[in-house]
Ligand binder design. Structure first.
Ligand code: ADP
Ligand code: MG
Length: 424
């Protein structure tokens, strides 16, 4: 069993003090409420940014999304703290995360010179705080589910999970993939039934859409196909700046169970690799892309294609963690942190670019990940584009510092809406 450092031992031995202080702090707070489902009104034909984060939804008046049954909600700033695992409880670890309706608080201890402990708490505002008791379905309803209508409407919906290794990114993203597989065809059929004013039982399974799935992994600068393993992929950018992943396998999806099987195949490949190759999955980004073609538009020669990106990002390790590893690992860590920082800048600047009349530089070129995602960000302004980031946390008191980093990383993605834009 792993030994604790002296500092960690000291922290753990103050459990009752920490818990009493946290209880005092929480006494006056409303407990977090998590909505069971999200239903929103049809989006307006304007650039629309709700309370915060990276949402930039711009709809053409002819856009399909405008009429969808399930329309887009604002991108929430979302956090999920997983439960402590049995082996962590067995080691005497305890949680130092508390959530209230509109914020999450991360607790730690400081010691005064005379040795007396003092609780330090950092609070972060957010839209949805999912605690250890949250279900995948609850997280899904507030995040991934809201992206389906965007993609069916010809827009780009992206879901990112970001956080420390072991904090629950893969757990959450895998669940989101499964739930999307369950719902994608059904939502498409509901939409068509409404559009054609017919009973849903008369709508075909694909509802005149075509679904294509691909799944690949980016480790450093190397991209590997997870559906045609271990095919190495080349990322190409043509003169028009269009990015293509050369030879990426794409499966045409014919049913919910088919989609589930394909997504499971990619995830299993990653998992197998993890056990075989020294945990590569924590150091790689997994990118699942579902391309949705609206065959009615295609028949008119007006090709409308929506995209759903589901990204399980590489673990954000701090440099102290990576120094414990080899030189090669350390270099890899630097590359990961660079790609995460660039991703953050691209999401944020893209949001600002939509809101602003001035030119805003979006530094896609600074990492392979963002070069790859360029198409997700850079579509015409008439295309709906919504990005949801779920920050995942390990609730253990020993991970507070890392959790603070995770939230510091995600929270600047909030983009305040200038009053003038709101009034549009
Ligand atoms: P990451 O992908 O961030 O490295 P994982 O998703 O692999 O982390 O999660 C680490 C461990 O925690 C796994 O054993 C996983 O099953 C468990 N876990 C993560 N999130 C949850 C959750 N919400 N509920 C229960 N167990 C979870
Ligand atoms: Mg993982």
């Amino acid at each position: 069993m792993l030994k604790f450092s002296v500092a960690d031992e000291k922290l753990l031995s103050n459990r009752s003090f920490i818990e009493a202080e946290v209880a005092k702090l929480n006494a006056n707070k409303t407990p977090a409420t998590v909505p069971q489902s999200v239903t929103a009104n049809a989006p307006q034909d304007t650039a629309e940014t709700d309370r915060d984060v990276v949402v930039c939804v711009r709809y053409a008046s002819t856009s399909f999304a405008a009429n969808l049954l399930l329309t887009a909600d604002a991108s929430p700033f979302t956090l999920r703290a997983r439960p402590l695992l049995q082996h962590e409880l067995d080691r005497g670890l305890f949680s130092a995360v508390s959530t209230s309706e509109s914020s999450v608080s991360l607790h730690s201890l400081e010691f005064k010179l005379n040795g007396t402990p003092k609780l330090t708490t950092k609070a972060f505002p957010l839209d949805y705080a999912f605690g250890p008791e949250s279900t995948n379905e609850q997280v899904y309803n507030c995040t991934a589910r809201t992206l389906i209508p965007i993609a069916l409407g010809g827009g780009v919906g992206s879901l990112f999970a970001s956080g420390q290794t072991g904090s629950g990114k893969t757990h959450t993203m895998t669940a989101m993939e499964h739930l999307i597989a369950r719902d994608l065809f059904q939502v498409a059929r509901e939409y068509r039934a409404k559009q054609d004013s017919v009973d849903i039982s008369t709508v075909s399974e694909s509802a005149d859409f075509e679904f294509h799935a691909s799944f690949f992994e980016l480790l450093g600068n190397k991209a590997t196909d997870l559906l045609n393993y271990p095919n190495e992929l080349t990322i190409l950018e043509d003169v028009q700046g269009q990015v293509q992943v050369k030879d990426l396998a794409e499966q045409k999806i014919t049913s919910p169970s088919h989609l589930l099987a394909v997504l499971t195949e990619g995830a299993t490949r990653r998992k197998t690799q993890e056990t075989m190759k020294n945990s590569t999955s924590s150091r790689s980004h997994a990118i699942c892309r579902i391309r949705i073609r609206n065959m009615r538009f295609s028949a008119d020669g007006d090709d409308s294609e929506g995209l759903l990106y589901l990204l399980d990002l590489a673990g954000s390790e701090d440099s102290a963690d990576s120094r414990a590893h080899s030189k090669e690992r350390h270099a890899e860590s630097i590359l990961i942190n660079k790609s995460l920082a660039t991703l953050k800048e691209c999401i944020r600047n893209r949001a600002l670019a939509v809101l602003s009349t001035k030119h805003v530089h979006i530094p896609y070129r600074n990492s392979k990940l963002t070069v790859l995602l360029k198409s997700a960000f850079e579509l015409s302004s008439n295309v709906a584009c919504k990005t949801v980031v779920v920050a995942t946390l390990n609730p253990s008191v020993l991970d507070t510092a890392h959790s603070v980093n995770t939230l510091r990383y995600v929270s600047p993605l909030k983009v305040e809406v200038p009053a003038a834009t709101e009034a549009n």
